[in-house]
Write a protein that binds this ligand. Structure first.
Ligand code: H2U
Ligand code: ZN
Length: 346
């Protein structure tokens, strides 16, 4: 038996890689960088915000007076529509042309309401918007993958506090979803069945890493988590994409999103920074029965609103490492109030 109080490594079957766990180090003193505590209250409307209704964006276009979600083509897109031409590749130095489309999805007209603070029906609308966008973009001939993600907080490089997410649809399957697709395919070929269905069954039987759960989704700190309070949300039903969600699943996914982000905010009583995103089936024209819809939350904070985890040194050069065990992280998130701290103070 592995002694989880001593250094050990854990295997991540979704990436086919290991993570080093050093539980005894969680008690070491911290004399490094201290992050600024982000400002607390935001206005409902900010005349300087390029995402608020009626305001002008950096590119010069004016936003409509939108009332629910608002989607627009990114004014500074990382990807461009397909063009003629070939990339210069020779020998070891390989390049190939890519194309795609980048969009921004504002969650609501409110500058101050993040996912945990939006009413449930508004979160459901956000999910429907992501699904509609996935449907529309996946139908395009040059699109092989639709990545929906949210960068939240200055710490994650998010440029604007107005709650929003991004969608990058690409002519190729990007590295992260490709790594997971390969692992799902390999698992299916070797053992039969679905890796994520089996992970969910295993975690439900053990229970100690589960943070919140409802009829359709389970949020847990994976056994192999790298980020201190990383969360993986797995759907109970085996399906591939946002476009496959039925009405009850949309509602239950909204509930899980609100619960996870509420607990995150409650952890240090701040608006908790993270990058999150859905992994769904590629839309490359081939069937993907192996794909299992899920969602990753990768938050950088470690011990307080001001102490973050850095992926440097051994992690950059060798492998990911964590001090706090996933079980302790799950326990801490589980023990928090399901009511958002700002609501609780009202
Ligand atoms: P972040 O959430 O990661 O900061 O991204 C916001 C996106 O919004 C970013 O990709 C785009 C940026 O290019 N943007 C516009 O499309 N129009 C603007 O007026 C400013 C920012
Ligand atoms: Zn705004």
């Amino acid at each position: 038996m592995t002694d989880f109080d001593r250094p050990h490594r854990r295997f991540n079957p979704l990436r086919n890689e290991w993570v080093l766990v050093s539980p005894h180090r969680a008690r070491r003193p911290w004399l490094g960088q201290v992050e600024k505590t982000p400002a607390l209250a935001l206005p409902e409307y900010d005349p300087e915000c390029y995402l608020c209704p009626g305001n002008q964006r950096a590119g010069g276009v004016r936003n409509p007076e939108y009332e629910t979600t608002f989607v627009f083509d990114n004014d500074f897109p990382a990807l461009l529509p397909p063009a003629e031409g070939q990339a210069a590749s020779s020998g070891l130095l390989t390049a190939e042309p890519v194309s795609g489309i980048s969009r921004v999805v504002c969650f609501s007209p409110r500058h101050d309401l993040t996912l945990p603070e939006l009413p449930l029906p508004a979160v459901e609308t956000v999910i429907r918007t992501w699904a509609d966008q996935t449907r529309e973009l996946a139908e395009r001939e040059n699109i092989a993958y639709v990545q929906v993600f949210e960068n939240k907080g200055e710490m994650m490089g998010c440029s604007n506090p107005h709650p929003h997410s991004q969608i990058w649809a690409t002519s190729f399957v990007p590295n992260e979803p490709q790594i997971e697709q390969d692992a799902l395919l390999e698992y299916h070929a070797r053992r039969g069945g679905c890796l994520l269905c089996d992970v969910l069954d295993t975690e439900k039987a053990i229970g100690e890493r589960i943070v919140v759960s409802n009829d359709d989704f389970t949020a847990l700190v994976p056994f192999w988590a790298v980020w201190p309070f990383e969360i993986l949300v797995i759907s109970r039903r085996h399906f591939g994409a946002l476009t496959d969600l039925d009405r009850a699943e949309i509602s239950n996914l909204a509930g899980i999103l609100k619960q996870v982000t509420t607990r995150y905010d409650n952890l240090f009583e701040i608006s908790f920074p993270y990058s999150m995103g859905f992994h769904q089936a590629p839309c490359d024209g081939r069937p993907h029965p192996e794909a299992h819809f899920h969602l990753h939350f990768y938050p950088p904070l470690l011990r307080s609103a001001t102490v973050r985890k850095f992926m440097v040194g051994f992690e950059m050069l060798a492998m990911p490492q964590r001090d706090l065990t996933p079980e302790t992280a799950a326990q801490r998130l589980l023990e928090l109030s399901p009511v958002h701290y700002r609501q609780a103070y009202k």
